[in-house]
Design a protein around this ligand. Structure first.
Ligand code: SF4
Length: 316
C-alpha cells in the first residue's frame, strides 16, 4: 500500500538514546526525561577521592566528578541528594554547577594536575554523549590519565559502542538479576535483561582489569556488586553471571550497605547488612572460582556516606 504523503513529511518524534529508557524527549532543547537532566552537564562535586577500590584510589586519589540526576530510582541511594532530589530548574542544590563540555574538559585537566590517578565519572549513563565530547576535548588538551566510567549498569549498549575508545576503565554496578527486585528497589522494569549485554560490551572494549606495578589500574573492567540485606539469592545469581562471563573477571563485593533515603521504610532494606550474610556471599564467590575479588570490612558501612551539602562530601 502506498504511504500517505503527509506521513513521510511528518516530523519523527524525538527519542533520547542515551540510556535504555528511550524517553520521548529532545534534550538538546532542554526537555526533561526520567533522569531529569536536559542539556548540559550538571556536576555536583569534583575532587580527589580515596574511598574507591585500592587500584582506583591508589596513593594520590581518584579524580571523581559526580553528576546530578540518574536514570534509576534506587530507594537506598547514598547519593540521593544529587541523584534523586535534583531539580533542574533552577538546580535546588547549591553545589551543582552546570558545565559545558569545554569546562568539564578543563576540570579533568585540573584533577590530573593535582595528582589524580584517573578521571572517575560517577553516574555517567544519562550524559554519555556530552561526556564523550568532553573526554575528546580533554584528550586534545593533554589528558593522559585513564578515564573511568562509573555507572549503575543500566546503560545503552548502542551508546557504549558509539563511545568506544574513549573509556579506559569500566566500573559498572551489577545490581540485580531479578526484575521484581529492580522494580521495587530501583524503579526499573528490565535491568535483568539489560545488564548482561552491557557487561559483555564493556569487557569486549577494555578486557580484564590491568594493574601496573604501583598497584594502580590502567585499563579494564571492574564490576561492583552491593550485597543487600535479605537478598542473598539475588547476590548469588549476580556472581553466577560473572563467573559465566569469565572466572577471571574482577569484582568488588561491597559490604557498605546501610539504610539511606527511602530504605528506612522498606524491609528488609531497613537494616544494615549482617556479617553472616556478607561472608556467605564472599564464600559463594570463591566457590564459583571468582578469585579476582575485592572485599570490604563491614565497618565500612558508615565510612562511605557522602553529604553533598558539605563542601567536601566525603569525610575520609
Ligand atoms: S538518559 Fe534520561 S532522558 Fe534519556 S532515555 Fe535515559 S532517562 Fe530518559
Amino acid at each position: 500500500m502506498r504511504q500517505p504523503l503527509n506521513e513521510s513529511l511528518e516530523k519523527k518524534p524525538q527519542v533520547c538514546r542515551s540510556c535504555p529508557r528511550g524517553c520521548p524527549v529532545d534534550r538538546s532543547r532542554g526537555e526533561i526525561g526520567f533522569c531529569r537532566v536536559g542539556a548540559g552537564l550538571p556536576t555536583a562535586h569534583r575532587g580527589l577521592h580515596f574511598g574507591e577500590e585500592p587500584p582506583l584510589s591508589g596513593s594520590r586519589g581518584s579524580g571523581t566528578i559526580f553528576f546530578a540526576g540518574c536514570n534509576l530510582r534506587c530507594v537506598f541511594c547514598q547519593n540521593y541528594q544529587i541523584s534523586q532530589e535534583f531539580q533542574p530548574q533552577p538546580p535546588k542544590h547549591p553545589a551543582i554547577r552546570n558545565l559545558s563540555p569545554e569546562e568539564l574538559a578543563r576540570e579533568m585537566l585540573r584533577l590530573q594536575d593535582i595528582g589524580a590517578h584517573n578521571i572517575n565519572l560517577v553516574s555517567p549513563s544519562h550524559l554519555i554523549f556530552a561526556l564523550a565530547e568532553a573526554i575528546e576535548k580533554a584528550k586534545k588538551i593533554g589528558l593522559v590519565i585513564p578515564v573511568v566510567y562509573n555507572s549503575n549498569g543500566y546503560d545503552s549498549v548502542a551508546a557504549l559502542r558509539r563511545i568506544r575508545g574513549l573509556v579506559d576503565i569500566y566500573l559498572p554496578d551489577l545490581k540485580c538479576l531479578d526484575n521484581a527486585l529492580g522494580r521495587r528497589f530501583s524503579g526499573v522494569d528490565d535491568y535483568a535483561e539489560i545488564v548482561p549485554a552491557v557487561l559483555s560490551e564493556m569487557l569486549a572494549q577494555v578486557g580484564h582489569l590491568q594493574i601496573n606495578p604501583d598497584g594502580v589500574a590502567t585499563r579494564g573492567l571492574l564490576v561492583r556488586h552491593l550485597v543487600l540485606p535479605g537478598s542473598l539469592d539475588n547476590s548469588k545469581a549476580c556472581l553466577e553471571l560473572l563467573a559465566a562471563i569469565s572466572p577471571e573477571i574482577y569484582v568488588s563485593i561491597m559490604a557498605q550497605y546501610s539504610p539511606q533515603y527511602k530504605a528506612h521504610a522498606l524491609p528488609p532494606l531497613n537494616r544494615p547488612l549482617r556479617a553472616v550474610e556478607y561472608e556467605a556471599i564472599v564464600d559463594y564467590a570463591l566457590d564459583l572460582g571468582l578469585e579476582n575479588a575485592y572485599i570490604q570490612e563491614l565497618e565500612s558501612q558508615q565510612h562511605y556516606l557522602p553529604d553533598f551539602a558539605r563542601e567536601s562530601p566525603f569525610t575520609m
